[in-house]
Design a protein. Sequence first.
Length: 349
Amino acid sequence: MTQVTSLISDELSWEGLGQGLLLLALIWWAWSAFVWAANATDPASTTFRAALVLALVSIFITGLTLPHAFGSEATTFAVSYALVRFIHLGLYVDASRKGNASWAAIAGFATATTVGMALLVAGSFAEGALRTVLWLMAIAIDYAGPAWLTRARLAGLQAVAVAHFAERYALFIIICLGESIVAIGVGARAHHIDFELIAAVALSLLIVVGLWWIYFDRAAEDAEAHLREHDNPVLAAADAYSYIHLLLVAGVVLFAVGANWSVAGLDVTLDPVVQACLFGGVFLYLTGHAAFRLRIAAVLETPTLAAAAVVAFEYLLLRQQDAWVCLVAVALVLAVLTFRETREVASPA
């Protein structure tokens, strides 16, 4: 995740932003796949632990090559990533052999994964737009496997250990929020410590706290409770966590890029890409959170959607403003939203 943020920051352009989001989708899907496989596997199994070690080495290589995935390291990136995805399939085959997962469901999305990884590796030998097209096709097919191509079979994939499942995804959000704090610190290194810098850092950190509050104050625990009681927990978990949570993760990653450059460039009008990351990241996070709540708890978060709309309006209104003005605007929206939620929780008592 750190490498994705660095890639977008170093290649600060619309093309770099698109490439970063494409790679983020790949990394997220690999991580999410292992949450599911681990949920169906005995954690004390020697086979499981050996597979995790092998996957760890392979995904670390993927991370090392990620900044140059659209350049000189494309094939190494694609092959190491594909290996991780096939290790995941191997774990599922083992879980199926032990009666912990449905072979019919595994065979269905394994086909999509295989085709997707073949396109990914083939795309690594292409150049320019052709590589991007092939990689987008790989992502679309891999994501479509469990979502549409094998959805009827997916419902019977496995039993869901709800507590472990919800905890893994919540911890990933924490990791991304931590990455955004690191990005703020990196951006602050470009300045001498003065009142203006302290104010900008404080505003950025308050935004991070607001993002944390929206998810962890009550939504995460409430979602776990609803998943535990759901008529079809596998499909609900797949939609709400594996797919919709990508919006939240992408939102935090984009905000991290925006915050990094906002703190680094306090006295100048922000680059259009930076402004898109700052406002767009928070917008994406809020809309993703509302979609998550709607799918898992059948609750329409109107205040959250309203806050997302305000952030979008601020982006259009403040496109020629300095960084500190943009930070104040976003922080105020999240402050009002979290204050309202706090009052709403306190009112029944």
